[in-house]
Design a protein around this ligand. Structure first.
Ligand code: GLA
Length: 394
């Protein structure tokens, strides 16, 4: 179902072939993620509950004596080179390199002195799937730079730095969720994160007979970035209006449904619905954590369904292809819940399904989706995986 990821030996050999026979000094890995519940809540200071997945970016690097940076993408078979003596600029041709450039640029902005380096990376996180390959690339780069340059930052600090790289250098105004889970995930656990305080708890995912099945729709509609930023602006407008009556409302996280209803007319229909989603979604995340404590996967699945409905109807970030997948899944025996995951407008769904139903389900949903859309969906099963790590250092 998925390509074989690179292992230590293959990345080391590839590195040596590329860089004059030299061995890497450090090797790091960082996983992608699937968000189980809590969508479009992170930038509203709310709650999220993602898990890291068995797909990752693996990075090999070594220091240079000078300040030249040579970066090679093993998957694109492309190299970029630039010097840290000059301001780091955005690369319009090799756009993938901006995630690494961004991390270097933010670290330098923070006053870290960085040496030049050689770096090669490869990954098996499906591109354009919304499973956070860019966050994983930032995180594995940040860990490698930390090891090479001997500075010490905590995991949450590094995650925050990577988010800033994406916001300010890459220009994607994402929240903290993706970088945080990639850095801080734990095997067999989901991560409950309060995106305001950045306090987090690893919650055991005791799934028994059940699995999280990820279904990639194969579509990524071009409005994803513009609509994402538009949703953020709508939330900010809402806070400006709500805080006039209740100054304690600094983010949608602080608003209750009754406060929302009290300002319904001032907000207007669209913004009201956006807020309704965020407030109820935060509530669903809290309830989903309770349901796991009680080992009630049926309740967890219902909350996933509620989340999808809210994202589709109120936040309006789904699309017809995703709705086809979710509706099909919900009507299938053995499925407890199904929803869109990630930013929206394409990407993946996540479905909680009984193990023994997976082969039949996979066959049927593939045929159905292909018949309706002409697109072959890709299905992945992932266990909740470990977060990023430094796996080799000389
Ligand atoms: C994208 C962003 C995240 C988050 C989700 C929606 O994945 O990168 O920060 O906002 O969308 O929940």
């Amino acid at each position: 179902m998925k390509e074989q990821p690179m292992n230590l030996q293959t990345i080391s050999s590839a590195f040596s072939l590329l860089f004059e026979g030299k061995e890497p000094e450090v090797i790091t890995r960082a996983p992608g993620r699937v968000n189980l519940i809590g969508e479009h809540t992170d930038y509203n200071d709310g709650f999220v509950f993602p898990m890291a997945i068995d797909f990752q970016i693996i990075t090999a690097a070594r220091k240079r004596q000078d300040r030249l940076v040579r970066i090679h993408s093993l998957d694109y078979q492309k190299t970029v080179e630039f010097s840290l003596e000059e301001p780091i600029s955005y690369d319009y041709k090799q756009r993938w390199s901006n995630y690494l450039r961004g991390v270097l640029a933010i670290l330098m902005e923070k006053g870290e002195y960085l040496t030049g380096l050689e770096l090669a990376f490869s990954g098996d996180i499906p591109q354009g799937s919304g499973l956070s390959s860019s966050a994983a690339l930032e995180v594995s780069t940040a860990l490698a730079l930390q090891a090479l340059n001997n500075f010490t930052m905590s995991g949450p600090e590094l995650a925050y730095l990577c988010q800033r790289a994406e916001n300010t250098f890459v220009g994607m105004n994402c929240g903290i969720m993706d970088q945080f889970i990639s850095m801080m995930g734990r095997r067999a656990h989901g991560l409950f994160l309060d995106c305001r305080s950045l306090q987090y708890r690893h919650i055991p995912l005791e799934l028994g007979e059940y699995r999280f099945l990820i279904c990639h729709s194969g579509v990524k509609h071009s409005l994803v970035d513009s609509e994402y930023n538009k949703r953020r602006r709508e939330c900010e407008t809402a806070v400006a209006i709500l805080s006039q009556k209740k100054p304690k409302i600094k983010a949608l996280r602080d608003a209750t449904l009754s406060e929302l209803n009290a300002s319904r007319n001032e907000l207007g229909q669209t913004i009201y619905r956006r807020c309704y989603h965020v407030i109820t979604e935060n509530q669903r995340v809290l309830e989903s954590i309770e349901s796991l404590k009680e080992k009630d996967l049926v309740a967890f699945g219902k909350l996933m369904n509620g989340s999808h409905q809210s994202l589709r109807d109120d936040y309006q970030v789904s699309c017809p292809e995703i709705d086809l997948l979710v509706d099909f899944a919900r009507n299938f025996s053995g499925v407890l819940g199904s929803r869109i995951t990630g930013g929206g407008f394409g990407g993946c769904t996540v479905t909680l399904i009984q193990n023994s139903f997976i082969p039949n389900f996979s066959q049927r949903i593939t045929a159905y989706y292909q018949e309706k859309t002409g697109i072959v969906p890709h299905l992945y099963i992932s266990r909740p995986a470990a977060g990023a790590e430094l796996i080799k250092i000389h």
